[in-house]
Design a protein around this ligand. Structure first.
Ligand code: GLU
Length: 510
């Protein structure tokens, strides 16, 4: 993709909810393109739709972009929201005076006119046009046309009017799209279109052109759904005499059923993926490949590699399929490649949100992660893996009922506690664990499942689940003792019931 002069690109979200994965892709491509060419990446907030845009959504989207690491060079500051950069304001709601001034320019040049027709009148005209087999954009111009001076007088008297762009000459427009090649927009595709509504709000196509021109945008990489808007934008560039940027309309994103990706397909917002334990570098790696491919054929790319390789070529116009399984694989691959301390820092909030507290020791974390990370696809998977290691989560559950009813169980627990107390080190190795089980077998005179199951319950609170020979070496001896003591205190075998304080049936907690 050619990039003579300094590249200036923008991401221009409408703040109406969390950032969609499609929006993340648009932001990423623009960011990568800017970084690759040593250009400038701008964030512009398109918040003129007052009913749908909220400050909360803007903050959410900004938060998602920061999470993805897509830092912008110009735009609202992510914390204070104040403008950073020489082309502000960067929020369209604060640029109304600029749009008004531009609308006036077109009015003065006779390239736009005030339209006093009411919604009802326009509705009627559209119906008539439809009946006559014409599309509604073939609305007749008001007749007679009201001279500008008179229109201004009527406005001063409190009347309302929209401003419409006047299409002077019907002709085809040809776009040389960076991704799609030549696209021809036929002359009758659009009629005179509104640029400023009668309530004073400017419309998207108009703001977009004014802003892209004033912000000196050189390349517009955006969603395919904007392709049909481009003809109106081309007309406006021409009317203002502004230099048109180069446009590239990206591929549409489909779900696995090849329908347009939507909520029906499951998670579609970056926020949901973050909550589900996806890594920002993995999500951006994955979305980068929805419509682009690495020249080296790489599927797993670091941010640096993407920046080096993303020159704007190899963008594919064909629909891209959002394959959840591939995302999971990309995530697992990035996750497993993280150094342990880094992985721990990412896992910790997920564990904390489930009240899981663990041994605070880097060596221990290293051991635990090297065991578990090959079983983790997302950070959230750590919860189930680490839960059995958290003392605060230890409880003898309902599933242990049968084991609790065996007369051998208290004997096994007593011998297990004694053997642990006599063990010299703070942790048991896998071999120590085998040896201790043998000791318990002899001391309690119990073998087979009547030996192993009670030990299991004394370690994890239930008779099935995680591999004990892996877990036991990760549990400090003190913790193993505390657990068996908890189990023994809560033991409610009918024979010993009378001797023990009454407990709630079911879950017994330390
Ligand atoms: N605000 C528009 C959107 O969110 C931006 C379109 C454009 O990039 O021109 O789709």
């Amino acid at each position: 993709m050619s990039s003579q002069g300094k590249v200036r690109v923008r991401f221009a979200p409408s703040p109406t909810g969390y950032l969609h994965v499609g929006g993340a892709r648009t932001a990423l491509y623009n960011y990568l393109f800017a970084k690759h060419h040593g250009g400038t990446f701008i964030l512009r907030i398109e918040d003129t739709d007052l009913e749908r845009s909220t400050e909360e959504s803007m903050r959410m989207q900004i938060g998602d972009l920061v999470w993805l690491g897509l830092n912008w060079d110009e735009g609202p500051d992510p914390v204070t929201l104040t403008d950073r950069g020489p082309h502000g304001p960067y929020r369209q709601s604060q640029r109304k005076h600029i749009y008004l001034e531009h609308a006036n320019r077109l009015l003065e040049k006779g390239l736009a006119y005030y339209d006093f027709r009411t919604d009802e009148e326009l509705e009627k005209l559209k119906e008539d046009a439809a009946k006559a087999g014409k599309a509604h954009h073939h609305l007749e111009r008001p007749s007679p046309m009201i001279p500008l001076e008179e229109a201004r007088r009527r406005l001063a008297n409190g009347e309302k009017a929209a401003i419409r762009f006047m299409i002077k000459e019907k002709r085809d427009f040809v776009l040389n799209d960076l991704i799609r090649g030549e696209v021809t927009f036929p002359s009758d595709m659009v009629g005179d279109f509104v640029i400023l509504r009668s309530n004073g709000m400017p419309v998207y196509n108009f703001c977009c052109v004014v802003d892209d021109a004033l912000m000196e945008i050189t390349h517009v990489l955006r969603a395919e759904e904007h392709l049909s808007n481009t003809v109106r934008q081309m007309m406006l560039y021409e009317a203002f005499g502004y230099q048109q940027p180069l446009f590239g309309h990206m591929s549409i994103i489909l779900g696995s059923d090849r329908q347009k990706l939507s909520k029906r397909h499951g998670a579609t917002s970056c926020h949901e993926y973050m909550m589900r334990g996806y890594l920002p570098e993995a999500l951006s790696n994955f979305v980068a490949l929805l419509g682009w491919s690495s020249p080296q054929g790489q599927e797993i790319l670091s941010r640096q590699e993407m920046m080096e390789q993303f020159d704007g070529e190899r963008l594919n116009p064909a629909p891209a399929v959002f394959d959840e399984q591939k995302l999971a694989w990309v995530n697992a691959t990035h996750l497993r490649a993280l150094p342990s301390e880094e992985l721990w820092a990412r896992v910790a909030p997920h564990l904390a949100s489930h009240g899981i507290t663990l041994v605070d020791d880097p060596d221990w974390r290293e051991r635990a992660l090297s065991l578990f990370k090959s079983r983790m696809t997302t950070l959230a998977d750590a919860v189930a893996l680490f839960q059995p290691l958290s003392d605060s989560a230890y409880a003898v559950g309902e599933e242990a009922k049968e084991v609790l009813s065996w007369p051998e169980t208290p004997k096994v627990w007593e011998a297990w506690e004694t053997a642990l107390a006599a063990h010299g080190a703070d942790y048991l190795t896998e071999a120590d664990f085998g040896a201790l089980q043998d000791q318990v077998k002899v001391a309690a005179g119990v073998k087979g499942k009547h030996l192993f199951m009670p030990i299991r319950v004394a370690v994890i609170g239930k008779p099935s689940g995680a591999e004990l020979k892996e877990l036991v070496p990760l549990l400090p001896k003190s913790s193993l003792i505390k657990r068996v003591q908890t189990a023994r205190r809560g033991y409610s075998h009918p024979l010993s019931e009378a001797a023990l304080p009454k407990k709630e049936p079911g879950v017994l907690r330390d």
